[in-house]
Design a protein around this ligand. Sequence first.
Ligand code: ADP
Ligand code: TRP
Length: 312
Amino acid sequence: MKKRLLTGLQSSGDLHIGNYFGALKPFVDMYEDYESFLMIADYHALTSLRDPQAMHRNTINVVKDYLAAGVDPEKAVIFRQSDNQDHTELGWVLNCMVTVPFLMQAHSYKDKVAKGKEANAGLFTYPMLQAADITLYNVDIVPVGEDQRQHLEYTREAVGKFNRTYGETLKEPETAILDGVGVVPGTDGAKMSKSYGNTVPLFGTPKEIEKAVMGIVTDSDGDRPENVYAIHRLLKSADELDPLYEAHKGRYGDLKKALVADLEELIAPMRKKRDQISDDDVKAVLQDGVARAKEVSNQTLARVRDAVGITL
Ligand code: ADP
Ligand code: TRP
């Protein structure tokens, strides 16, 4: 019997190669070893996104991105949170398990407040919706980035409280911090992030990728251009790269062109695959996925309803 894995994705725009090496690739490398669920967390996205067109587009795009990167929808259950009402229902029950001061300590909430931004009630209870996402599927492991560690602790806390109150009903998940590549630097040497405008787009056109790479900031002291090399190392070993960098010492333009060519080799097949996936294909994947997801979650929710005394 394979262990069960679930992860959730909030899509908030076009992916860059930092997302690819930090999140997509590690997921693609591991998901077939488990019975895997990949959930689009659109109700989580609603805590910060109020643009219906963007909501719609982001959902379609994130599914295309994962399919293009190599996730097989036969092997993983790919579905949308909002298509399965069990999530909001169990989320409510779990909200009734935890206190307001406890939720006030969540980074997702605290950071918003610290920045003086409006924190809506959805954002406040966000960790319990995430706890529902996970426990509905009796998940063993949840691969996430470091930033999600606390949300997993919140899940275990809520599950513990539920089980102590009503008897052993829900399963406590393990956290698996994704063994990515660490932080991928952007074109200015800082962490690559769409909010810093320093990205190399994953599914950009060859021209866009070339433009981003040629714009990588380099020191002009004649040594190895570290910002170029660091990205290059994601694609090739030091043994392959070091002679190239030695031979082209000081010729940054040539080294950048070599990086563009190597990126293109990685991206071209994925881009081609992505171009062949239609919106209707995505809708079919999600429809099939939610049917498979419900087979599992309906049973968990029935146990929960029994446990709390709602079943008459
Ligand atoms: P962004 O910083 O561009 O807004 P997100 O916060 O949406 O990216 O991150 C989505 C996923 O990609 C997360 O799992 C995160 O850990 C990973 N990720 C984002 N940027 C990088 C990076 N520069 N290096 C490695 N992983 C990254
Ligand atoms: N909160 C996660 C994020 O922003 C997304 C998410 C929602 C999730 N539900 C989940 C991740 C369940 C793992 C498991 O990245």
